[in-house]
Design a protein around this ligand. Structure first.
Ligand code: BES
Ligand code: MN
Ligand code: ZN
Length: 505
């Protein structure tokens, strides 16, 4: 769908909405028959008031009513959308209004529509937030994970062109472009996440990184098992050992900044399937471990957005890809491996494999002398227990530069509806990782599993400005709506946009 900004007010302040020829115009209605300003501007001949007084629409969120050719309006249809109580428009009511309007748009015969909701009146939010939200909602609604179904799910035939009645200021146009790129990137991450693990293998993901590099002119370097062995990444290699699939560390480089400017480095966990290995997972929901590559998918999604926007920034995206499988060559509980950093690790549970892969990838990242190093991983079930499916877990150290990094990421999450929650990371948690036989163990004594996993990664990122995002609860939905979410592509893309400057907040 094509989204454009078009101002509707004439210089004298009179609304042009009633004279706008469109297949449909959606306007908001509050409970108690209170019309929004946009609805009032279409009500010169009382058609909307009449409809509201008839009791056909309550104005509650979730209520909608389609009027065909109401008098005094040039558009073929006017869609009334309930926005809940009048007075203040909350984020939730606004989001529900957008969702309902888009849903109705998808079911009508019109080819173009105007979404005339009170974008600038959402409590605690600005126009830019509203724009980002609408664009993401449009893209998310269009997405169907049916590439492998013989009969495709019904696709909305209707609206091709969506007009947002807003003045196209430079700031609004920039936000729209950024929101489109962000949404494209997150849909790309959803597609990758939803692919089955027999298709989305490590080789396949590297292929997608190659395709992105070609399309946007990114630099790309791919380390295979041989190069990884030369670098002494024996922790990463141990995880990959049980699989027939070759592991890889792919490094994408976007050189949008000045040569010599320190890059922001993103590292994504890319387990295309996590069976648990010898510490095999129980069978129920094991299929969902195809989503254990969602950190890598997010990195590729962010790079799609970066390519679209060509941000003036140096960014490196690393994806650490392999499978965790049981076999005669698989790493066993009790094995001790030596990581690239030189630290030896006692593998007490082969299902705590993400940290074994990431520690070597993070050690490798140090050579780029990052301005900030951020890893993204579906790392622990414990993070889902702690935070549920709403917030990603954010872990950083507590000194001033890390506090600033955390604040920037949290803010980017809030502004894109892709929130994270700061978790603790004190030294005490690392004590749980003590081993009698190696420098550290890959699991700790019970309790605080998400923090202990972060404490493990912390040991491999000393001297770096580093943050860890545990997206185990936010990268996909389970149950009836099972599917990847594309998170945290919006948060990270927005973070990069603000780093590049020129982001209208
Ligand atoms: N990929 C999983 C984490 C995960 C599990 C994410 C379930 C979402 C849902 C990770 O590799 C893992 O298995 N972690 C273990 C760690 C444990 C053995 C210390 C876990 O969380 O159970
Ligand atoms: Mn695991
Ligand atoms: Zn895993």
């Amino acid at each position: 769908m094509n989204i454009t900004l078009k101002p509707i007010s004439q210089p004298d302040g009179r609304s042009e909405l009633s004279g706008t020829a469109a297949g449909c115009i959606a306007v908001g209605i509050h409970e108690g028959g209170v019309l929004t300003q946009e609805a009032r501007s279409l009500d010169a001949e009382g058609a909307i008031t009449l409809a509201v007084e008839s009791g056909d629409i309550s104005g509650k969120t979730g209520s909608t009513l389609m009027l065909r050719q109401p008098p005094g309006v040039s558009a073929q249809r006017v869609l009334l959308v309930g926005l809940g109580k009048s007075g203040s428009l909350g984020e939730k009511a606004f989001r529900s209004g957008v969702r309902d309007a888009l849903h109705c748009f998808s079911k009508i015969g019109a080819r173009d529509a105007v979404l005339a909701l009170p974008f600038e009146q959402v409590e605690g939010r600005d126009l830019h937030w509203a724009l980002r939200h609408v664009v993401q909602a449009v893209h998310d609604m269009d997405y169907r994970p049916d590439s492998l179904k013989s009969e495709k799910d019904a696709r909305p035939a209707g609206i091709r062109d969506l007009v947002l009645p807003l003045t196209p200021t430079d700031a609004a146009r920039q936000t729209l472009a950024q929101a489109e790129a962000m949404a494209k990137g997150s849909i790309y991450a959803r597609e990758l996440g939803d692919l089955p693990p027999n298709i989305c293998t490590p080789t396949y993901l590297v292929g997608r990184a190659q395709a992105l590099a070609q399309e946007y002119g990114f630099g790309l370097q791919v380390l295979g098992p041989k190069e990884m062995a030369e670098l002494k990444m024996h922790s990463f290699l141990a995880v990959a050992g049980g699989s027939e699939e070759q592991p890889a560390l792919a490094v994408l480089q976007h050189r949008g900044g000045e040569t010599g400017d320190a890059p922001i480095v993103l590292v994504g966990k890319g387990l295309t399937f996590d069976s648990g290995g010898i510490s095999l997972k129980p069978g129920a929901s094991m299929d969902e471990m195809k989503y254990d590559m969602c950190g890598a998918a997010a990195v590729l999604g962010v790079f799609r957005a970066l390519g679209e926007l060509n941000l003036p920034l140096n960014v490196i995206g690393m994806i650490a890809v392999c499978e965790n499988m049981p076999s005669g060559r698989a790493v066993k509980p009790g094995d001790i491996v030596t990581s690239m950093s030189g630290l030896s690790i006692e593998v007490l549970n082969t299902d705590a494999e993400g940290r074994l892969v990431l520690c070597d990838a993070l050690s490798y990242a140090a050579r780029f002398k990052p301005r900030a190093l951020i890893d993204i991983a579906t790392l622990t079930g414990a993070c889902v227990v702690a935070l549920g499916h709403h917030n990603s877990g954010l872990f950083t150290r507590a000194d001033a530069p890390h506090e600033e990094l955390a604040a920037d990421l949290l803010q980017a999450g809030r502004e894109t509806g892709d929130p994270a929650w700061r978790m603790p990371l004190d030294d005490v948690y690392a004590e749980q990782l003590k081993s009698n036989f190696a420098d550290l163990a890959n699991i700790g004594s019970p309790g605080g599993g998400a923090v202990v996993a972060a404490a493990f990664l912390e040991r491999f990122t000393r001297g770096q400005l580093w943050a860890h995002l545990d997206i185990a609860g936010t990268a996909w939905r389970t149950g009836k709506d099972k599917g990847a979410t594309g998170r945290p592509v919006p948060m990270l893309t927005h973070y990069l946009c603000t780093r590049a400057g020129g982001q209208s907040t």
